[in-house]
Design a binder for this molecule. Structure first.
Ligand code: SF4
Length: 373
């Protein structure tokens, strides 16, 4: 469920998200009504099994207010049916939900929050255009724990002004809290964002490639030593706390995405919703399906490619027997000579019936993915 509202827009953000102000707040009600209409449409059209995981992302879903979000979740579970033990996650940013809000979310069936911290140093957050500090994060973290919620913490490395020492300090401060899950992404500088313009003009300088590579390796060693499994390129979890929802994506499974800019993958077909709020509101009111902006019909060759490069994101790699059963062809028949070539180049290795990234190639995994596209 994509909730495209944020209290403000971060300097690096090119997601489908609109930041703050009364004009944006006036969209909340119409948007929630549109989401409910889209949900009812797909429920009637696809008759899906009840979801085993639900993820409210954005944007900042908690910008809607916890009560509105909890009501939405209850309605959606009435629409699709709820599976006992389903993983239900909500993304939030520090300062957008208090202890009472966390308790409301937990009472509605949310079991996990993903808190966007990014860095523990307030001056680095400020340079990213984020309006919260470390103390706002610790307050949100404590509120989530008091409500009995599992917690993921989102972090970023490769930030302007962030040296290796600052990154290690962020890792140490977060580890002291012992979250269940940590995501660590390298900053992507996108054209058209304030950060992109700053970098293009030379006013802002991200760290060099070598520093970024050392930051990634530091995350792997520090988090690994603290007992976190590095299970996907950018994701680390305490045992039994992998994100089940995101595993569906990497397993190339079926999912239904609702809201502006949301993507779906259903029985081999892919589609993407319009990123435009007004188009989404109007087309869901007419129930004419016009909110789907792009559609790719099922394509066995594309599915085999996706099964390979998405599966390689997981550090345990691809189960080659399961791949052959699912896609009707072995990986070697689908991509003749590719796995052997990746092996020669030191990017992938075969072990115990699986193909996986070599430990030294995780930071340059895109080179391996490219061979399957
Ligand atoms: S909180 Fe996330 S989605 Fe919202 S503006 Fe910042 S980066 Fe974009």
């Amino acid at each position: 469920m994509h909730i495209p509202f944020c209290p403000y827009k971060c300097a690096y953000c090119d997601f489908v998200a609109v930041g703050g102000g009364p004009r944006v707040a006036a969209w909340h009600g119409p948007y929630l009504a549109a989401l409910r209409r889209e949900a009812a449409h797909w429920r009637a059209r696809l008759n899906p099994v009840p979801p085993s995981s639900v993820f409210y992302g954005g944007g900042t879903p908690t910008a809607l207010g916890a009560a509105a979000l909890a009501a939405l979740h209850r309605d959606l579970m009435r629409c699709f049916g709820a599976v006992s033990g389903a993983e239900v996650s909500v993304e939030c940013n520090p300062g957008t939900v208090d202890a009472q809000g966390m308790a409301e979310l937990a009472a509605a069936g949310v079991g996990r929050v993903s808190i966007g911290l990014q860095a523990s140093q307030d001056h680095l957050l400020s340079a990213l255009g984020r309006h919260h500090g470390w103390s706002d994060f610790t307050a949100a973290y404590a509120a989530a724990r008091a409500a009995g919620l599992d917690v993921n913490v989102d972090l970023m490395y490769g930030l302007p002004g962030q040296d290796l020492e600052a990154w290690r300090s962020t890792l140490d401060q977060v580890l002291a809290l012992r979250p269940d899950h940590i995501s660590a992404y390298g900053l992507q500088v996108e054209d058209g964002t304030p950060l992109g313009r700053g970098v293009a003009s030379g006013a802002v300088r991200p760290p060099d490639e070598e520093t970024v590579a050392r930051q990634f390796e530091a995350a792997r060693s520090v988090l690994g030593a603290a007992g976190y499994e590095h299970y996907e390129i950018s994701n680390f979890a305490l045992p039994a706390h992998r994100c089940r929802h995101n595993l569906v994506y990497w397993d190339n499974g079926d999912y239904l995405g609702l809201g502006v800019g949301a993507h779906s993958h259903w029985r081999g077909e892919r589609w993407a919703n319009t990123p435009k709020l007004a188009v989404y509101r109007d087309t869901t009111a007419r129930l004419d399906g016009g909110w789907v902006a792009e559609r790719e019909p099922p394509d066995p060759a594309r599915a085999r490619s996706e099964g390979a490069f998405l599966g390689l994101r997981l550090l345990e790699g691809i189960d080659l027997d399961a791949y052959a059963l699912r896609y009707g062809m072995t990986l070697d028949d689908a991509f003749p000579g590719v796995a052997a070539d990746l092996g020669r180049r030191g990017l992938c290795e075969r072990r115990s019936g699986r193909l996986r990234l070599c430990p030294g190639a995780v930071a340059i995994a895109n080179r391996a993915f490219a061979a399957f596209i």
